[in-house]
Design a protein around this ligand. Structure first.
Ligand SMILES: Cc1cc2nc3c(=O)[nH]c(=O)nc-3n(C[C@H](O)[C@H](O)[C@H](O)COP(=O)(O)O)c2cc1C
Length: 288
């Protein structure tokens, strides 16, 4: 997919937009989104996926009827819904492709917000009838940002502080966990790694860890203790959202790397390096 703006700008610009203006998404934007969505029939790791845009138009805002969110989202004029059969790497694949659509929305100056828990599953399922074994891991609200100027100022503050993201030495390692990878040692990969650091994640838990060994980049999921077992999570039958977060991280890393001309592919190649604890799971490797 081609964006108009550099992907690193889009990643820096994106934020969780929770208040929208009532103006419907324009026809051109809807077409761009729909064309892209139609092309995403599977993820980078091979899971079949389906995405659907539900958007109010000037003539019809009934299309959003029944699509409830729990109070956090105000005035969204559209939703991105996706589904996948529950097998293999479906959650990582889903996260990757949904985030690509979200970055396209940022390119079109639209706001979005990932919604993993705070949406009414049944209402959304009625819009994208599910086959046997298929689930909707998450959805995203989409629409025009209510106050773009405020959003822009907020974005600058966020990036200047970056205080809501973990620092490099807690995320990226060289040869062994506990040995931080510096920006200097990361060389041209410093930017793809920074794009992972700025990625959105469920409850902003930032569970991605990356270990460089030789010329390979090994992605790990460091689970947040108790996160999956929480009452809210179990009560709402939430998907394993931290695996969706891994797919988002893969998306940011690969798109930023490709933009810099750094080629590679995703392979399963778990290194011998010891994992720091039982909460850390190997996920996937980027192999140049
Ligand atoms: C998989 C996933 C699920 C999320 N679910 C919700 C949600 O249910 N409700 C919500 O308000 N935000 C949700 N978020 C947004 C995160 O809270 C947000 O990305 C994070 O706090 C970082 O803030 P930022 O997106 O503004 O950079 C979700 C994000 C991800 C990646």
């Amino acid at each position: 997919m081609k964006f108009d703006a550099p992907v690193s700008d889009l990643i820096r610009r994106r934020f969780s937009c929770r208040t929208y203006s009532p103006e419907p998404i324009g026809g051109n934007e809807r077409n761009r989104l729909e064309d892209t969505i139609a092309a995403y029939a599977c993820g980078p790791l091979g899971s079949p996926l389906r995405f659907h845009l539900i958007a109010a138009t000037a003539e019809d805002n009934l299309s959003l009827r029944g699509l409830g969110t729990y109070g956090f989202i105000r005035g969204a004029t559209g939703f991105l819904i996706g589904s996948a059969p529950r097998t293999g790497n479906y959650l990582e694949d889903f996260g990757y492709r949904m985030e690509q659509i979200i970055l396209l929305a940022a390119d079109l100056d639209l706001g979005t917000c990932w919604l993993g828990g705070t949406f009414t599953r049944s209402g959304f399922a009625s819009k994208i009838p599910l086959g046997k074994g298929e689930v909707i891991p998450a959805v995203a609200s989409i629409g025009h940002i209510a106050d773009p100027e405020k959003a822009r100022r907020g974005g600058i503050r966020r990036l200047a502080g970056s205080q809501r993201r973990l620092p490099w030495d807690r995320l990226f390692y060289q040869n062994a966990f506990g040995v931080p990878l510096t920006r200097e040692t990361a060389g041209p990969y410093a930017e793809p790694l920074e794009m992972v650091r700025l990625a959105p994640s469920a409850s902003n838990k930032q569970p991605w860890r990356i270990l460089r060994a030789g010329n390979e980049w090994h992605f790990y999921l460091q689970r947040t203790p108790g996160y999956r077992e929480g009452f809210f999570q179990r009560f709402l039958h939430l998907a394993d959202l931290q695996r969706v977060d891994m797919g988002i991280a893969m998306c940011h890393f690969e798109l930023a790397a490709r933009e810099l001309g750094l080629r590679g592919e995703w392979i399963a190649h778990e290194p011998a390096a010891g994992k720091p604890d039982s909460l850390t799971e190997y996920c996937i490797t980027w192999s140049p």
